[in-house]
Ligand binder design. Structure first.
Ligand SMILES: Cc1cc2nc3c(=O)[nH]c(=O)nc-3n(C[C@H](O)[C@H](O)[C@H](O)COP(=O)(O)OP(=O)(O)OC[C@H]3O[C@@H](n4cnc5c(N)ncnc54)[C@H](O)[C@@H]3O)c2cc1C
Ligand code: SF4
Ligand code: SF4
Length: 1012
């Protein structure tokens, strides 16, 4: 039985989707079965409210934003019910994620072909609701073309199967010429209405005259009445043989007509193995529109566009930087043209002709072409798909706004339509980003507008209105794929005419006479500029509360340095902080499951709970820090006199974050929740004090330093069950975890002692080792091993004077303390460390603080020096590969004994530098077989996994991928080649030991063991 959540956390988390809208729902619920939906309909009727069906919540036109009850089906309605490979169909529940369905279909050589850019988190139910499609819509069409059958609940609670019926089938069920009379039976009336329209010549004429061009491949605007009645007025057939399938109109109906509980889709064979993309570079946008028409003559599988702005933004995103390898020069636009065939030679021949046609013409439409083959193609698509996310991450109040972002006209009309469109923008004084599905005449057009200003809000409406006029002129569709939601409904009467609009209103009334389903979407929408996420001249509640502009990080620096055209920057530090939160556009990349991979976001992956995704954190931070207790979600809250920083909702979303930095790199908008969390935690401490645990963890290095003076007593207290349990209880650590004991000597002492015994002087250069607080006190032997390795490889090794990295303080939000460490380290090391004498670290999270956090923690006047220091503060593998590249370290320095290595990268390493260099360093062992575990965060995340209330979650995160992989890899006791599990993170090694009993080693230890 479902629970209705009416608490502020759920209501805020579900108040937005990926659109510009925000409206707080009265409640949120997660039905478990069809009967729950029936009860929910009754509940909604009783409360005189409506249900908002919601899947992945990635809609851009505000489809799942409203003041009713949000019904999230992604949690329980997510099963694949049946796959029939012979007949090529699959039956699924609506909450199944598209990529997960396609993973299950892969062994059968099949897939569900309308692939949206959001395929790793959007659900089949949401795709059906919006009639979604993707880059290959040229050959595969949209979801409407692939839904064979659906099952769902109507507003009277009756359950129906929607599939193809002949008029005879319907007459058998409802009686001869049943459409001539009104009935008590809802479904009968629904069919009757459509049959009556189809049999009325005048109605058919109105529809044919006013709906968009038939040649349009993409259309998600208004109800598809024309398609659902198409066969009913096919006069070539006897009436009784004519067919109707209500799925045609349900596709794209945005949850306004029925609640869908099952969907049967047809499947396509996987594309042929041989593929290639030609990336055609144009020096003006207009040339790309014309180039598209040439490309279409070569029957490509897809043609997509990326303009200069997108390419520029991709330079600033860690994840996407590596996907730009094919870009030549500084193009105004790139056409990505996908060719498919049976053999490489066949496609190359087509590409030769295509490139000739594009480049050798009078207009010189294309100045360069890059060909990309095989696995590299996915990188090109990844860059293209990240486009929209990258855009909405633009820094500052002005954003490339979703308002007319998926208009479509036939491709032949695109050059003229675009010329008119550019003129319109110029008249309005706006600039725009252009990208995406050019082959089908649909471009994602995002004018850059600041809707926080009155003038911007006016332009938001004006651009929508004037574009609708242009779309009408070119007989296109106002939405090619994203749907109407609450954004475009207002323009449907103008676009389709009042007669068609009246039919659409009648259709909605017929299906939903009691107003239960998703009100004010498609028809009878509210003004398109109401209920926006940002209000004009909105003040921030936090500003009043803090009474100052003081932040602990320098948030503004990144805004000042953003070079993207149109970016407005930030006025103050607090403004920059708020804009950094507002960078979350709701696109939902943080809802990927562990089947999809990546790190982002472990807290969501393990729970499937929206309130634990990065998006919810950003939504809650934005709402609370902007509207404070004034938010509708807090209408019934008590204690409104206390600081908003003390609100439970804020505490809850910060608490479930592991600070793994997964979002820092994988969120296309670079929402850096690790950093936001630290900043807000420090402000919370400022008003309410710090917990004993946070204080103890952030001062752990000091405790260890003191403990080292009385090491035997410290170790006894840490390992004797009774004393250690008392300590754990005091600081609220789980008693299941062991407190790490101290090494006999510190790393600093061990290395110094060892060096004294060495007489040989390194000839290859000087290396400064960073004796981070974890290695120094707990794993001195590892630190010594690294020193020995470097000495053996011919380097001079020193440990400079420095203080702890402050990693624990940063992760606990004790930024006042972290700033002190950062300042000290920068001051001490700035004149010592250089490119020729780098600082090299063993523990990823510590050494990477130099690069990621220090420049924004030190005073602004030290920023440049901190950045320089950060650039020369290298992780062990970065150093080894730098030296390998220079030829100073080679495979000849290592033995050739075989070894099988299973590598789990540290999550900060993955987020900031990736694991590629660790793999490359381990490949110096010629006979090493290396497997990178696709594990994301291990679940320990510093002290998170030690904390009592997080212990179970921490292990559950490990159980998703990491532990089972390690158990399997190490399970074969008869393996001849030694199997080693490698993990550069100290917490990761502890987590692996606790979760599997396997002792993982640092990659440095493997390199040392194999060093000659
Ligand atoms: C960055 C980005 C890129 C995008 N790229 C594309 C693209 O390439 N192609 C494209 O087509 N779209 C794209 N979209 C839009 C969006 O991702 C798609 O429309 C997607 O299919 C929506 O799926 P969802 O699971 O998020 O659905 P939701 O947003 O949750 O819901 C979509 C609609 O379906 C309805 N619905 C959901 N479940 C049910 C149900 N059980 N019964 C009845 N109605 C239901 C909802 O009420 C809503 O109206 C993009 C969006 C973003 C943010
Ligand atoms: S946090 Fe990032 S990935 Fe998640 S919804 Fe926001 S912008 Fe998208
Ligand atoms: S830091 Fe990690 S846990 Fe926190 S929001 Fe980002 S991805 Fe999720």
């Amino acid at each position: 039985m479902y629970t209705l959540y009416t608490d502020p956390l759920h209501r805020i988390a579900y108040a937005t989707d990926a659109s510009a809208y925000r409206e707080v729902p009265i409640g949120v619920t997660f039905p478990e079965n069809e009967q729950d939906i029936v009860f929910l309909i009754q509940e909604a009727q009783k409360r005189q409210t409506h249900l908002i069906p919601r899947a992945g919540g990635t809609s851009i036109a505000g489809q799942v934003v409203g003041n009713g009850i949000v019904v999230d089906i992604s949690k329980h309605f997510n099963k694949i019910l049946e796959i029939n490979p012979e007949k090529r169909w699959a039956r699924v529940q609506p909450g199944v994620v598209l990529d997960e369905l396609n993973l299950a279909l892969e062994p059968y050589g099949l897939f569900f072909s309308p692939e949206t850019s959001t395929s790793n988190r959007c659900c089949i139910g949401g795709m059906f609701g919006n009639n979604s499609c993707g880059s290959h819509s040229l050959i595969y069409g949209s979801t409407r073309h692939h839904v064979l059958e659906a099952r769902g609940v109507l507003c009277d609670g009756s359950i129906e199967s929607f599939k193809t019926y002949t008029v005879k089938d319907l007459e058998d069920r409802f009686g001869n010429r049943f459409w001539e009379n009104e009935s008590e039976v809802l479904i009968q009336n629904i069919y009757a209405q459509l049959i009556n329209w189809a049999l009325n010549d005048e109605t058919v004429r109105i529809i044919e005259d006013n709906y968009p061009d038939k040649g349009l491949r993409r259309r998600s605007c208004g109800y598809a009445i024309d398609e659902v009645i198409e066969d009913l007025h096919n006069e070539a057939k006897p009436l009784e043989d004519r067919t109707i399938n209500l799925c045609k109109v349900l596709a794209g109906s945005e949850g306004t007509l029925a609640f869908i509980t099952e969907i049967q889709v047809d499947l396509d064979p996987l594309p042929p193995k041989e593929k290639m993309v030609v990336c055609a570079h144009c020096d003006t946008l207009q040339k790309s529109f014309l180039g598209n028409l040439i490309a279409l003559q070569f029957h490509p599988a897809a043609v997509e566009l990326m303009d200069r702005n997108i390419l520029e933004l991709s330079k600033q995103n860690t994840e996407q930087q590596k996907n730009r390898f094919f870009v030549q020069g500084d193009p105004a636009a790139i056409l990505i043209i996908e060719l498919r065939g049976e053999t490489k030679a066949e496609i190359d021949a087509i590409a030769d002709e295509l490139e000739k046609a594009l480049m050798e013409n009078d207009e010189k439409l294309v100045y360069a072409c890059s060909r990309v083959y095989g696995s590299e193609i996915s990188k090109v698509w990844s860059l293209r798909k990240a486009g929209l996310g990258l855009l909405t991450g633009m820094k500052g109040d002005a954003k490339p706004i979703g308002v007319i972002e998926d208009t479509a006209v036939t491709p032949e009309k695109l050059p003229d339509y675009m010329a008119d469109f550019a003129q319109m923008l110029e008249n309005l004084g706006l600039s725009c980003v252009y990208h995406a599905h050019i082959s089908t005449g649909e471009l994602h057009l995002r004018p850059i507008i600041n809707i926080k200003e009155e003038e911007g809000k006016r332009k938001f409406r004006e651009v929508a209105y004037q574009t609708a006029l242009l779309v009408k002129k070119y007989k296109g569709s106002l939405s090619g794929e994203h749907g109407d939601g609450r954004l475009r409904g207002e323009f449907i009467p103008m676009l389709y005419g009042m007669d068609v609009y009246a039919l659409m209103q009648d259709l909605k009334r017929r299906w939903d006479p009691s107003h239960v389903f998703n009100l004010h979407k498609i028809v009878d929408t509210l003004p398109m500029d109401s209920m926006l996420r940002f209000e004009v001249d909105q003040q921030y509640a936090i500003e009043k509360e803090l009474k100052s502009d003081k932040t602990y990080y320098n948030w503004k620096a990144a805004f000042d340095e953003c070079k993207v055209e149109g970016a407005t920057g930030a006025k103050t530090q607090l403004h920059a902080l708020m804009c950094s939160i507002e960078q979350c556009n709701g696109a939902g990349d943080c809802r990927k499951s562990n089947l999809i991979g990546g790190t982002l976001c472990p807290a969501f992956k393990v729970s499937g709970d929206e309130t634990k995704a990065t998006r919810a954190r950003a939504n809650v931070l934005r709402e609370i820090l902007t509207r404070g207790w004034g938010s509708e979600a807090f209408a019934h809250a008590l204690n409104k006199d206390k600081s908003i920083l003390k609100s439970e909702e804020l505490a809850e979303v910060l608490d479930s974050c592991l600070a793994c930095k997964g979002c820092r790199s994988e969120c296309p908008s670079n929402v850096d929740m690790t950093r936001l969390r630290s900043e807000i935690l420090q402000h919370k401490y400022d008003v309410g004090g710090m917990t004993l645990r946070s204080f103890a963890v952030s001062r752990m290095a000091l405790v260890e330093q003191l403990g080292h003076l009385v090491r035997p007593i410290y170790n006894f207290m840490a390992s004797w069950k009774i004393s250690s349990n008392i300590i754990k209880r005091i600081i609220k650590f789980s008693t299941e975890r062991d407190i790490p004991t101290l090494s006999r000597v510190t790393m600093r002492e061990a290395v110094q002692k060892y060096r004294k015994k060495q007489h040989e002087k390194g000839t290859k250069g000087k290396v400064y080792l960073f004796a981070d607080e974890f290695t120094n006190f707990h794993e001195a032997e590892l630190g010594l091993t690294f020193a020995k390795l470097l000495l053996r490889l011919g380097y001079e090794v020193k440990i400079p004077r420095h203080v702890e990295s402050g990693r624990a303080a940063i992760s606990k939000g004790n930024l006042k303390l972290a700033k002190k460490f950062a300042l000290k380290n920068v001051n001490i090391l700035k004149d010592v460390i250089s490119e020729n004498a780098p600082l090299v670290g063993i523990e990823p999270s510590c050494i990477l603080s130099f690069r990621d956090e220090y420049p924004d923690l030190v005073p602004a006047e030290l920023r440049t020096q901190a950045q320089l220091l950060g650039n020369n503060a290298l992780l062990f593998d970065e150093f080894i590969m730098r030296e390998a590249k220079a030829g100073r370290i080679t495979a000849d320095d290592f033995k050739t004994d075989a070894v099988e290595i299973w590598l789990h990268g540290h999550c900060h390493q993955k987020a900031l530098v990736g694991t590629e260099k660790t793999v490359a360093a381990l490949k110096l062992l010629r006979n090493a077989q290396i497997h990178v575990i696709p594990s994301g965060c291990c679940g320990m995340a510093g002290s998170f996994g030690y904390e009592k209330e997080h212990y179970t979650t921490s292990l559950a995160i490990g159980e998703m991928v990491l532990f089972p992989t390690i158990r399997k890899a190490t399970g074969n006791t008869e393996a001849i080649t030694p199997v080693v599990v490698a993990a550069p993170g100290t917490s990761c090694r502890q987590q692996i030991l606790d979760g599997t009993g396997v002792h993982a080693v640092h990659p440095i230890e493997i390199l040392f063991r194999w060093a000659k």
